[in-house]
Design a protein around this ligand. Structure first.
Ligand code: RI2
Length: 314
């Protein structure tokens, strides 16, 4: 029942060929659209069941970035119609409007984040976040000179993607290993990171290593700015749930041969960690900038009724 595009997208998300919370969300909406378009369901009920199954398949890939279930929820909730044809059209429309909102949100967020960056500022980045880089891009478009210290971000080295993008925009980049982060904090004006999920208490769930960087930044007096569209707000945390931290394959940390040579130590590979709100200065969204402790008001406004799981079987 699950269409080939959905399978491929799910695999690509799991393997991180498609990565980054916003990009994952967009790919998930595209995949549901393609499921709808290819569907040969003979009744509205069968069509809806197919869409739910496709959503579950996508949902099961990576557990931490809430943009994925938020995207699936958006498309499934906007399915409307009494015929398969009408339902199919509503899926396409929902996916299109989701993509539009996503793009607009990132642009608006970038403008707001850019207001925090002054001409000549140096930012330190961790991992690769399109939301965070949207702030740098908007500052560059405003004519500001921005430089960057880019942490490589082990184990997947997503800092390389950040460095490449910044260099394309002409930003001077200094690449450092993660362990050099504290040393270089004296030379930067902002720590600028993205988020995979934001909890109701303002905790930021982002690439593992973010919390260590934020604690050091607080100690050094460097402000920590988190760029995160409202799609990253995690509605389940309004009702006391915690955000599941993805544990990835151990070979990302230590290749099998090396592990054997070291006497087969245990290896753990959490992809994300939790930065408590007291180490974060501002969460920048497309709806404005918020101190982390007050993000819950926005979350209630946008996702107050949002913990339903429309992909579960009826
Ligand atoms: P945007 C990434 O996770 C990083 O943790 C990054 O900060 C976050 O997604 C947000 O990315 P991964 O998918 O949505 O590389 O801002 O594990 O692009």
């Amino acid at each position: 029942m699950v269409n080939e595009d959905v399978r491929t997208t799910a695999e690509d998300i799991a393997e991180m060929e498609i990565r980054g919370a916003a990009t994952i969300a967009r790919a998930a909406a595209d995949a549901l659209e393609s499921q709808a378009e290819a569907s040969d369901a003979e009744s509205p009920a069968a069509f809806r069941a197919e869409m739910r199954e496709a959503a579950r398949h996508l949902r099961d890939t990576r557990p931490t970035a809430v943009s994925l279930p938020n995207a699936l929820r958006y498309v499934l909730r906007n399915l409307e119609g009494e015929t398969v044809r009408a339902l199919r059209a509503s899926a396409t429309e929902a996916a299109e409007s989701f993509r539009d909102q996503l793009e607009r949100a990132q642009d608006d967020l970038g403008e707001i984040g850019a207001n925090r960056l002054r001409d000549g500022d140096v930012v330190m980045t961790h991992c690769h976040s399109t939301d965070a880089l949207a702030c740098v891009k908007a500052a560059l478009d405003d004519g500001k000179h921005i430089e960057a210290v880019v942490k490589e971000t082990r184990p997947r080295k997503q800092g390389h993607i950040t460095a490449e993008q910044l260099r394309e925009w002409g930003v001077p980049v200094t690449m450092i290993v993660d362990n050099a982060g504290r040393r270089y904090l004296d030379e930067v004006d902002h720590v600028l990171v993205g988020a995979d999920s934001i909890a109701a208490d303002g905790s930021v769930i982002n690439k593992v290593g973010t919390s260590m960087l934020a604690v050091s930044a607080r100690e050094r007096g460097v402000p920590v700015m988190v760029a995160a569209q409202t799609l990253k707000l995690h509605p389940d945390t309004l009702t006391g749930h915690t955000v599941e931290i993805e544990m990835r394959d151990e070979t990302e940390v230590l290749a099998d041969d090396d592990r054997k040579r070291l006497g087969n130590p245990d290896v753990e590979n959490p992809a994300f960690d939790v930065t408590p709100p007291r180490y974060v200065d501002a969460i920048v969204t497309e709806r404005g900038q918020f101190p982390p402790e007050s993000i819950v008001t926005l979350m209630r406004e946008l996702y107050g009724d949002g913990t339903t799981e429309p992909w579960t079987e009826e």
